[in-house]
Design a protein around this ligand. Structure first.
Ligand SMILES: NC(=O)c1ccc[n+]([C@@H]2O[C@H](COP(=O)([O-])OP(=O)(O)OC[C@H]3O[C@@H](n4cnc5c(N)ncnc54)[C@H](OP(=O)(O)O)[C@@H]3O)[C@@H](O)[C@H]2O)c1
Length: 313
């Protein structure tokens, strides 16, 4: 359900906000909320690598439990696979009765990594895009679209509170949809795996390899199948996939219409359906659990290095 921004009550409901984690999303969220007149404190783990950046950015900071016990609203913005442990050990007892826990992705709620205490509200405000885009659009007086979902409504006001915070992040200008936690999680995981991150990298990697293996210049191949994508995506963002096809050269159009399907193969719908079902059954959380034991993400970094190598040779 799309939210009419005029139905979001005026004013600030949750004045004091703790941001736990100062990473890719925590930092932009902290800046936007401060600019929207919230009081913001950052909660960091001991020996956090982010202390200098937090101080340089002019924010007060404390331990995770100190920040949480001070706040009306607590954004938990650390990697999804670590949220359950931090909630259980630091937030469960320190958050005040009547305060609200906010996640930017409902993973830990859906898979019961976090079962919020009965006396707090728990919601998801999930931006449709990365933290840097959220901040850029906010600064331009625009906003990123977002999904809002309520996991637990203890106060009877959880949805309204979430919408007011979403407005403080500029989401009212980008479009807010209310949905269930499950819908937010499943759609987000599916989109990033099949298209936005996983799918697009594999497509570029295969096209780059094909050109380079056939003897074409590697720098030009990289320019053609990787860097040029930005301009196509910009047009798609503005006009949709069909609108992009109306704005390219005749030869690009004919090639796209007759050969584009070769890039994904006949059985792609079956494979996507299969992946969607596996995500719905919760299989992806098992994969994340398997890897979570490694605090430094060594396995993941090795996989990225392999992809880096493929694009270098
Ligand atoms: N990245 C995005 O643009 C984006 C977009 C939409 C939704 N989200 C969601 O936003 C949430 C945060 O994602 P993110 O990408 O911003 O994460 P991130 O950049 O990886 O988070 C880094 C922050 O988390 C802290 N941290 C890591 N492990 C911790 C632990 N065990 N205990 C306490 N703090 C810990 C780090 O501490 P140090 O300061 O010590 O390094 C750092 O401050 C996730 O739920 C994600 O799905 C992210």
């Amino acid at each position: 359900m799309r939210v009419n921004p005029e139905n979001i009550p005026d004013g600030i409901r949750d004045k004091k906000i703790a941001i736990i984690g100062y990473g890719l999303l925590g930092r932009p969220v902290a800046h936007c909320l401060r600019d929207s007149n919230h009081e913001v404190r950052i909660g960091l783990r001991e020996n956090s690598r982010s202390i200098k950046m937090v101080t340089d950015d002019g924010f007060e900071h404390g331990t995770i439990d100190e920040a949480a016990s001070w706040a009306d609203g607590v954004f938990l913005l650390i990697p999804d696979d670590r949220q359950g442990a931090v909630y259980a050990t630091k937030l469960e007892t320190s958050m005040r009765d009547g305060s609200m826990l906010v996640l930017a992705h409902g993973f830990a709620f859906l898979y019961s990594r976090i079962t919020p205490r009965e006396t707090i509200d728990a919601v998801v405000i999930a931006p449709h895009g990365p933290g840097n885009a959220l901040r850029d659009l906010y600064l331009k007086g625009k906003g990123l679209a977002a999904q809002v979902a309520v996991q637990q409504d203890s106060s009877g006001m959880a949805e309204t509170r979430a919408l007011m915070l979403a407005r403080s992040l500029g989401h009212d200008k980008g479009g807010i949809k209310i949905c269930s936690v499950k819908d937010e999680v499943v759609m987000d995981l599916f989109a990033e795996q099949m298209v936005l991150c996983g799918g697009v990298v594999e497509l570029m990697r295969a096209a780059y390899r094909t050109l380079v293996d056939a003897g074409y210049d590697s720098e030009s191949a990289y320019e053609s199948v990787v860097r040029e994508l930005k301009y196509t995506v910009d047009i798609i963002h503005q006009h949709g996939p069909h609108g992009m096809l109306r704005r390219i050269s005749k030869s690009a159009l004919v090639g796209s219409l007759f050969h584009g399907e070769l890039a994904v193969g006949d059985d792609v719908l079956d494979r996507m359906k299969n992946l969607l079902e596996r995500i719905e059954k919760g299989e992806f959380k098992d994969k994340l659990d398997e890897l979570a034991a490694n605090e430094d993400d060594t396995d993941l970094n090795q996989m990225i290095e392999k992809i880096e190598e493929d694009f270098r040779t």
